[in-house]
Write a protein that binds this ligand. Structure first.
Ligand SMILES: CC(C)C[C@H](NC(=O)C[C@H](N)C(=O)O)C(=O)O
Length: 313
């Protein structure tokens, strides 16, 4: 394997989930949210921070933004609770940390990072994750603090409509990928999951290989879409497999999403960056809010064909 480029141009890409169209009323807020998070993460990279620090910072900012389905703003389970999943991976050594079905904390991605850094394990769930959080001093917050009025209404609507097609409420899982100055890559993904999900249901987002993957020898990916389908095709690793086979990031993203669609009728999206700093944001769903920062420019969009490019301020 060739060694990493000594001074890579840092790249930070984020997504804000999605399947249904973003309503015009929310579009601007969602767009601002992804741009803010991508710029924040990119700032970490410019200051010499690692890719893993940058994706953690970008995703934590999106968890704190109630417009997105992660942290505050997470969709509700059938019982009206918030149960969150998150994972993070460091492409240097394939270090990975994940948590699932966690409640009453503001930033699941920070807990996933602590699992990676401070335990001999990769993945803690539910009761054990809560105990670890308490032991390590992560602040507990009241469950209600993560619940927004919008999500209460969405759960009600979903229950009235019964299960079935994805409702417009299913929007806003978040993720980030980064390439740092030293040529290291990382990903982070965080979600409240799917509205009206069964208590204890875990999706793809905390599962390494499905919700994301990062390997310095190839690149990094973060995904969004119906977890039950993403898990079955290992979407993130599948996309990177195509990069390993010599495809461009665009081709690799299209092939992986195309496979999920043709094999399972699954629509979704992903962001990726390869070790050379080429990046892509692709989706087969109706929309996916995304933003990418590289070389002093901010690229962003929500719907197909609405990409804008501005100077980084
Ligand atoms: C309708 C759905 C696909 C929208 C999407 N949800 C996720 O990505 C959920 C996450 N992958 C899981 O399965 O737990 C979103 O929040 O934007």
């Amino acid at each position: 394997m060739a060694s990493q480029p000594a001074h890579a141009e840092p790249v930070l890409v984020v997504h804000g989930g999605g399947v249904e169209a973003v309503s015009p009323a929310r579009r601007q807020r969602v767009r601002q949210g992804v741009i803010r998070a991508a710029s924040l993460g990119h700032g970490v990279l410019l200051a010499g921070g690692s890719a893993v620090d940058a994706v953690e910072a970008a995703v934590a900012a999106l968890e704190d933004d109630p417009e997105f389905n992660a942290g505050c703003g997470s969709v509700l389970t059938a019982d009206g609770d918030v149960e969150m999943d998150a994972s993070i991976m460091d492409g240097r050594d394939l270090g990975a940390g994940a948590v699932s079905a966690v409640r009453c904390i503001a930033n699941p991605i920070k807990l996933a990072r602590l699992v990676m850094d401070k335990t001999p394990h990769c993945f803690l769930t539910d009761r054990g994750a809560a105990k670890f959080a308490a032991d390590i001093g992560v602040r507990k917050i009241p469950a209600g603090q993560l619940v927004t009025e919008r999500n209460k209404e969405l759960l009600l609507k979903e229950k009235q409509q019964q299960q079935g097609a994805a409702s417009p409420g299913n929007l806003g899982t978040v993720g980030a990928v980064a390439l740092d100055l030293k040529g290291n890559v990382a990903y982070a993904t965080s979600t409240g999951g799917l509205v009206n999900k069964m208590t204890g249901r875990v999706g793809d987002s905390p599962c390494v290989g499905s919700g994301g993957y990062a390997d310095n020898r190839i690149g990094a990916v973060s995904t969004t879409g119906p977890g039950e389908k993403i898990l079955k095709v290992n979407l993130a690793r599948l996309a990177l497999f195509h990069v390993e086979q010599g495809k461009t990031v665009e081709e690799a993203a299209e092939l992986a999403l195309g496979y999920m669609n043709s094999r399972l009728k699954g629509l979704g999206g992903l962001i990726m960056v390869n070790r050379a700093g080429d990046w892509a944001a692709k989706w087969t769903s109706t929309s996916m809010p995304w933003a990418a920062v590289k070389g002093g420019k901010v690229h962003s969009g929500t719907e197909m064909g609405d990409t804008t490019v501005t100077d980084l301020c």
